[in-house]
Design a protein around this ligand. Structure first.
Ligand SMILES: [Mg+2]
Length: 124
């Protein structure tokens, strides 16, 4: 599976873990530490993003805000976005979907489940 994935999480351990999983299916990895860093990486990099994985709780800009910002941009209104968060309350999920997320996964991430969900979202 070729293409670029953006992994947004303030935890280095999580970024490394998710990078490891997605490299194994052939994706090119871009990482960001928070929502603000993600926007810089998105608008500063050339080439199309295939998918974005984002945490919710992060300093500077949280995942909800990041998703809302991306959905305001016609170039990113259809970008597949998966929230991966420790928050497991229904209200957090609802807020995530309202912001525009396509999918919500509760940590800890199960590698096979993540890969399956990505394949499903991308139709591959
Ligand atoms: Mg976090």
């Amino acid at each position: 599976m070729g293409g670029k994935v953006l992994i947004v999480d303030d935890s280095e351990m999580i970024r490394n873990f998710h990078s490891y999983i997605l490299k194994s299916i052939g994706l090119e990895i871009i990482t960001a530490l928070d929502g603000a860093d993600a926007l810089e990486k998105i608008y500063g990099s050339d080439g199309e993003l295939l998918i974005c994985l984002t945490d919710i709780n992060m300093p500077n800009m949280d995942g909800y805000t990041l998703i809302e910002r991306l959905r305001e941009d016609p170039d990113y209104e259809d970008l597949p976005i998966i929230i991966i968060s420790t928050e497991e309350e229904l209200q957090d999920k609802q807020r995530g979907f309202e912001a525009g997320a396509n999918l919500y996964i509760v940590k800890p991430t199960e590698p096979d489940e993540l890969v399956e969900n990505i394949r499903m979202l991308l139709g591959r």
